[in-house]
Design a protein around this ligand. Structure first.
Ligand code: COA
Length: 178
């Protein structure tokens, strides 16, 4: 059995279930150094890495520990990013949120449109008490996006993750649904 993942429609976007055909958007995003600047991950050099990542995401669907969506522009049908809720704990009613948009589409308000749908789904349909994100220092767009929706800085983790030859500090931002 796997999760039933709804489709959402906003003014400019369709937010649809990630499927096994979605290698290209995962590769496009993860092969861009700018897109990964604030993500603890090495840049993908081949589509095989994207296929592995996609299989990992889809495994989350099967295990019912994740909901992943691809974000598609309504007017051009272009896939511009992806994201979702993952590491879902039913016991603790909490999940992590993650997202990314291709660089040429940044700062047009797309992620703001998308995240409201995902947060509402997490709150209303999954009854999540807490949704949290790990953010690297300097990711001002992501911090603004979350703070605008009531997320608060909860913890600063020193040298918490290692990638690209160094340890990175990460900050947890969280939203408690009351
Ligand atoms: C983070 C990210 C998803 C934001 O997507 P986006 O569609 O560009 O976001 P929006 O246009 O909806 O902007 C969100 C808010 O951030 C602000 N913002 C955007 N870029 C900014 C920047 N470089 N510095 C400061 N604020 C910024 C916007 O003004 C907006 O705030 P406002 O509504 O008060 O005006 C996008 O930058 C991205 O994909 N980055 C790479 C991947 C990543 O870092 N993911 C998050 C990992 S935690």
């Amino acid at each position: 059995m796997s999760n039933s993942i709804p489709t959402f429609e906003t003014n400019r976007l369709i937010i649809r279930e990630m499927k096994s055909k979605d290698v290209d958007i995962i590769y496009s995003f993860n092969s861009s150094e700018s897109c990964l600047k604030y993500i603890v991950r090495e840049v993908f050099r081949s589509k095989i890495e994207a296929i592995d990542k996609l299989n990992f995401f889809l495994d989350g669907h099967k295990k019912e520990t994740a909901y992943w969506w691809v974000f598609t522009l309504k007017d051009t049908c272009e896939d511009i990013g992806y994201g979702g809720l993952f590491d879902i704990s039913d016991e603790h009613s909490r999940a992590e949120i993650g997202y990314g948009i291709l660089q040429k589409h940044w700062n047009k308000g797309y992620m703001s449109e998308i995240i409201d749908e995902i947060l509402e789904f997490g709150k209303s349909s999954l009854s999540l008490h807490k949704i949290y994100a790990y953010i690297l220092d300097g990711n001002h767009a992501s911090i603004k996006l979350l703070e605008n929706r009531g997320f608060e800085k909860e913890a600063h983790l020193k040298e918490h993750s290692y990638t690209n030859g160094k340890y990175w500090d990460e900050t947890i931002y969280s939203l408690i649904n009351k």
